[in-house]
Design a protein around this ligand. Structure first.
Ligand code: THU
Length: 155
C-alpha cells in the first residue's frame, strides 16, 4: 500500500498534482471569508479528468461557515455523482499575503472525504502544503482519519 509522499518543493510534484494546486490557488479568489480572512481553495480531479474547484464560504452566523474541501466535494458529487474522485489539493492564504500557508483538511472535512472514499471504493489522494514548506500527498482519506466512524458502523 502507498504511504505518505513528501516533496521538497512544488517543482517536485507530479504534473497533475501541480495543476490541482494551481487550480486550488485560483479557487481562493472566489473564497468568501470576510470574518476569518483565511482564504481556502480546493481542486479535485475525477476519473475522466474533470476538475472541480471550490472555496470556503463564510456566514455571519459563524457556525454555518463551509470549508473549501466540503464545498468542492459536494459540488463534485452533486454534478458528477458517478465519477470517482482521484485526488484533491487544498491551499490557503491570508488576504493580502499571497504566500500559501500550511493547511490540511479539518476533522469534519476528513470525515466527509472518507464517506466519498468508502462510497466509491477507491482511495482519494490529498495534496497539501506541510509545516516545513514541503508538499505532502496523503494516499487516502482513511490515512488522515484513523479509527474512523464510517458507513460500516451503521450496518
Ligand atoms: N477552512 C477551510 O476551508 N478548510 C480547512 O481545511 C480549514 C478551515 C476555512 C473555514 C473558515 O472559513 C476559515 O477557513 C477559517 O477557519
Amino acid at each position: 500500500m502507498k504511504g505518505l509522499e513528501t516533496f521538497a518543493s512544488i517543482e517536485h510534484l507530479d504534473s497533475e498534482s501541480k495543476y490541482l494546486v494551481h487550480k486550488a490557488k485560483e479557487a481562493t479568489n472566489h473564497a468568501y471569508a470576510p470574518y476569518s480572512k483565511f482564504f481556502v481553495g480546493a481542486a479535485l480531479i475525477l476519473a475522466d479528468d474533470t476538475v472541480v474547484t471550490g472555496s470556503n464560504q463564510e456566514n455571519a452566523s459563524y457556525s454555518l461557515c463551509m470549508c473549501a474541501e466540503r464545498a468542492t466535494l459536494f459540488a463534485a458529487s452533486s454534478t458528477n455523482p458517478d465519477k470517482k474522485i482521484n485526488k484533491i489539493a487544498v491551499v490557503a492564504h491570508r488576504k493580502n499575503h499571497k504566500e500559501l500557508l500550511p493547511t490540511a483538511p479539518c476533522g469534519a472535512c476528513r470525515q466527509v472525504l472518507l464517506e466519498y472514499e468508502v462510497r466509491q471504493g477507491k482511495d482519494i489522494a490529498i495534496v497539501v502544503l506541510g509545516a516545513e514548506s514541503e508538499w505532502l500527498i496523503f494516499p487516502s482519506a482513511a490515512s488522515l482519519l484513523p479509527l474512523a466512524f464510517s458507513p460500516a458502523n451503521l450496518r
